[in-house]
Write a protein that binds this ligand. Structure first.
Ligand code: ARG
Ligand code: ZN
Length: 484
């Protein structure tokens, strides 16, 4: 449904024009007739580490990606359809896109002028978009996607493999394969349609809703990710994957249907490349149980699908918590990493950082989830994990919520010192209150964004007291305290 109002050009008498001019000066008038009132949306959201990431002036509601990939040439042909809502009167707005060639863009069906400067694609619709209006953008593009090398040397984006590709996007790699508002602050629902040569699997986030063979023999697979997703959590894996489907119970997602039945079953789809399929099968089979255990600690699993994708080593240098279906290079597919990436489904994917500075809310929680799992199921107290982390110099390089630069975003203090903050919180408020915070935090900020200040305020509200002393030393302090 389209609710956009278009401005109309009318002929006016001199008197009416003078009145309009007065009204314009007074402010609060409408754009009718002027065609010049809207302004361009901002080219970035001023993230502390990635100031140009994301764009201002609108909020994306839904992405429909249609991607055809030819593994032999590495060529991607894409159409991205975005449904968004304007947050201001817009004369133009940006999308983030790295590389690739844009052949056509439309806004509400009419061709829109487009031009590129760096990773900023600017679209100028024929008619301005009014504040509050919902509008549809389509961008058609093609090319061989180029991965991005991060400040820390890791590689992300659309990564080519021998027979396909794997796409991962933390923090900014998703702009290498589709244009969008690529800051975690703008979460949206996704439908991802992938067309690949026969014989290959094409995996993505969410639930597989359709598979069909095209007239030319290629196979199209459609994925539906219903719950809001930050674009860095979108994924694609194309190749000769072997898949397995299971059902998890006891992970109640908290939907209306769940509260009626008190439980529900969750489709768990895992995939692995042939050479690593047998070796990863047993651990893939543990996913339903791990999720049920985590749901017991963190509250209902937040999504309507789950799973994992295990790739051969050599493509991806790290595991990533891509929404509903984390991706692992085989070398990282161990129980601890699996527990970590599954915990991110609550911490990071459902509750998403407001800016990249708040990343410790992802990594500190996912690391603490490892400690909790080890405590509960392996008999190693969290206190032991804490003591180990406390003793390591590398964990004290900077406070967890203040990485000095983009190259430090994924450094040990964000993970280990982040987890230490949570352990000290637990010691300070006691296990009962801490459990309440562990469940309450992902419930309160389910499917939205949250900042470090939101977390400290929330923890204090549950604890019923000021925790300034704790934050001062453990969260914000420069360097290691004298005593653990
Ligand atoms: N979030 C991933 C994890 O939980 C790490 C991603 C690392 N990405 C990077 N660009 N360094 O382990
Ligand atoms: Zn992590």
């Amino acid at each position: 449904m389209r609710t956009r109002t278009r401005s109309r050009t009318r002929t006016r008498t001199g008197a009416a024009a003078a009145l309009l001019a007065l009204a314009l000066l007074a402010g609060g008038c409408t754009a009718a007739g002027t065609g010049v009132r809207g302004t361009p949306g901002a080219a970035g959201l001023r993230d502390p580490y990635f100031p140009k990431l994301g764009n201002g002036g609108y909020d994306v509601r839904h992405y429909a990606l249609s991607l055809a990939y030819d593994p032999r040439s590495g060529r991607l042909d894409g159409t991205t359809e975005i449904t968004a809502r304007a947050g201001q009167d817009l004369s133009a707005f940006n999308l983030d896109l790295a590389g690739l060639r844009v052949s056509r863009a439309t806004v509400d069906g009419a061709p829109a002028a487009h031009n590129r400067a760096g990773n900023e694609l600017t679209l100028r619709p024929r008619e301005e978009i009014r504040d509050g209006a919902e509008f549809t953008v389509t961008v058609t593009y093609t090319g061989v996607p180029e991965p991005i090398t991060d400040a820390d040397g890791s590689v992300e984006g659309w990564l080519r493999t021998d027979d396909g590709a794997v796409a991962v996007g933390e923090p900014e790699g998703s702009m290498t394969w589709f244009p969008g508002n690529h800051h975690p602050a703008d979460k949206a629902a996704y439908d991802i349609t992938l067309t690949v040569p026969a014989g290959l699997e094409a995996l993505s986030n969410g639930v597989r809703t359709e598979r069909r063979t095209e007239r030319d023999g290629r196979v199209t697979t459609v994925w539906h990710a219903a719950e809001p997703m930050a674009s860095y959590l979108a994924t694609v894996a194309i190749g000769r994957y072997e898949t397995a489907t299971e059902t998890a119970t006891g992970t109640a997602t908290g939907t209306a249907a769940d509260s009626a039945t008190g439980s529900r079953s969750l489709p768990v789809l895992t995939a692995a490349e042939p050479s690593v399929a047998a070796g990863s099968a047993a651990l893939r089979g543990e996913i339903p149980e791990i999720l049920a255990r985590q749901a017991g600690r963190f509250g209902p699993y937040p999504f309507s699908a789950a799973g994992a994708i295990v790739t051969e080593d050599g493509t991806l240098g790290y595991a990533l918590e891509t929404q509903t279906r984390p991706v692992f290079p085989a070398a990282s597919f161990d129980r601890t990493t699996l527990v970590h990436e599954l915990a991110h489904q609550w911490f990071g994917n459902s509750v998403t950082p407001a800016t990249w500075r708040d990343l410790w809310l992802n990594e500190g929680f996912a690391t603490y989830a490892e400690w909790l799992y080890s405590e509960e199921y392996e008999g190693v107290p969290a206190r032991t994990h804490f003591a180990r982390a406390f003793a390591q110099d590398a964990n004290w390089a900077f406070p967890p919520a203040a990485p000095p630069a983009a190259e430090n975003l994924f450094d040990p203090p964000v993970y280990q010192r982040g987890a230490m903050v949570l352990h000290k919180l637990r010691e300070t408020v006691g296990d009962g209150t801490f459990d309440e915070i562990l469940r309450g935090w992902p419930a309160k900020y389910r499917h939205v964004n949250a900042s470090t200040a939101d977390f400290t305020a929330y923890a204090e509200s549950v604890a019923g007291k000021d925790l300034d002393g704790l934050w001062k030393v453990w969260l914000y302090g420069e360097g290691r305290p004298a005593t653990p």
